[in-house]
Design a protein around this ligand. Sequence first.
Ligand SMILES: Cc1cc2nc3c(=O)[nH]c(=O)nc-3n(C[C@H](O)[C@H](O)[C@H](O)COP(=O)(O)O)c2cc1C
Length: 229
Amino acid sequence: MHEIGLFEAMYSARAIRRFKPDPVPEEVITKVLDAAIRAPSAGNSQNWAFLVVRDQEQRGKLAEIYRKASDAVGSFYAARGRPAHMTDEQFRRFVSSGMYLWDHIGEAPVLLVACLKQEPLPPPDALPAAAVTAFYAAMPHLARISGASIYPAVQNIILACRALGLGTVMTTNHILYEHEVKEVLGLPTDVETYTLMPIGYPHNKFGPVSRRPVSEVAYADRWGNSWRG
Ligand SMILES: Cc1cc2nc3c(=O)[nH]c(=O)nc-3n(C[C@H](O)[C@H](O)[C@H](O)COP(=O)(O)O)c2cc1C
């Protein structure tokens, strides 16, 4: 199969939520996972785990949880309304595509759950006092840091899928019922899920990915000085 270039993959890997039922060959899934594990992680810890769920009954159980969680998340998005950068039509398509997945996620031939094993913190007496102070002051930000050890791998999955002709979308709604997902998958208590990704051959076309322009979101040297490059 002819592989597309990296930039073409980035510009066309839009969220895919409708899949053909065709199975994804095992070696193709392995290739996607092998791309995932090339990602960086904090301290090179590589504490990730990827659960490839193909069993129909298991997919059904995850789909039920996703459906239940989506009712709550859906009302959140409805209350927040259309983001300013989206047209009414773009927002309508986003909502209807998202809602389609609520009821159909289990039809994707693969549900990939990306997880991280939480590392225990070193005991305070193993650290210099200044490090303990700085570390505990940073506690409210730690969730951000831990997500940063799995989401680069998730983006590699998105791009590898695109390169291999597979569609996917990163989803997080299921985290509202994390304990139920953990039970279905038999995850140890110190392993947490970060995304549930349906993967399969897409029904519709890839891309283009449309986004707010660089000039609106990038600054030169200080907040407010728009990047004019
Ligand atoms: C943190 C995060 C959580 C997301 N959760 C969901 C989700 O639960 N369900 C869903 O359908 N899409 C989810 N998405 C996909 C976004 O809706 C999608 O990336 C965005 O609308 C852009 O879509 P596009 O690439 O097709 O333009 C999530 C994306 C991110 C980054």
